[in-house]
Design a protein around this ligand. Sequence first.
Ligand SMILES: *[C@@H]1O[C@H](CO)[C@@H](O)[C@H](O)[C@H]1NC(C)=O
Ligand SMILES: *[C@@H]1O[C@H](CO)[C@@H](O)[C@H](O)[C@H]1NC(C)=O
Length: 216
Amino acid sequence: MTMTLGLLLILVFLLTGVSGDTRSLFTRVGDTVSLSCTNVVYPNCSSTTWTYHRTGSQNAIEEVALGKIETNSERADRLKVGSHCSLHISDVRAEDAGKYTCQQYLSNGSQHGSDAPVHLSVLTNSLSTPVTDVKPDRPVTLRCFLYTYEGSGICSRGVTEHVSLLWVDEAGNKLKKDSRHQVTQTSDCDITLTLTLQKEDNNRKWICQLTINEKE
Ligand SMILES: *[C@@H]1O[C@H](CO)[C@@H](O)[C@H](O)[C@H]1NC(C)=O
Ligand SMILES: *[C@@H]1O[C@H](CO)[C@@H](O)[C@H](O)[C@H]1NC(C)=O
């Protein structure tokens, strides 16, 4: 594979101000995330059930029952029950966004405690041109957006914590509009950078930064 004419475009996702809040969790495509269960009864997890409510879906899917991953889950190979009955998701994808609920069922069948849902949001991107096919003097569009429980690029106040997205350069400075850069933002969690690359941009990093405000 030669890329003599191409440019290497490096996209970086940065999460800042992520609090230890367990009710909403932010992650990036490709990462591994751990959702903690707050009301575990039996340490061997036999009381633990994890359900997943996918964005836009009517029904919840049971991913963990009696502390074990449902083998017929389409994500079974990426899911694991971790310490304290937490749910680990590896190689996170945008479609993993949604509401996850850990529930405890005692051996007599009754539920212990109340539901403790966690909203998982995933920072992701899309490119107008494949990353290996970027050439000088041609515009390329980089869209960075958060996939939330509400959907792609949707983050209503009050549902998700307040988030803001920015495109920054390697030095951490906000990218400004100039002859080569243009930033358009359609919502708090959906921002697009259009840029015309030049040869000296090879290996340069373009950083999409997500900042989550601390809760008051
Ligand atoms: C898990 O722990 C509970 C409570 O101590 C016990 O009743 C159950 O048999 C255990 N299950 C397994 C699979 O060890
Ligand atoms: C199940 O067991 C728990 C704890 O031992 C008890 O509080 C609850 O009332 C029981 N539920 C039923 C339906 O027997």
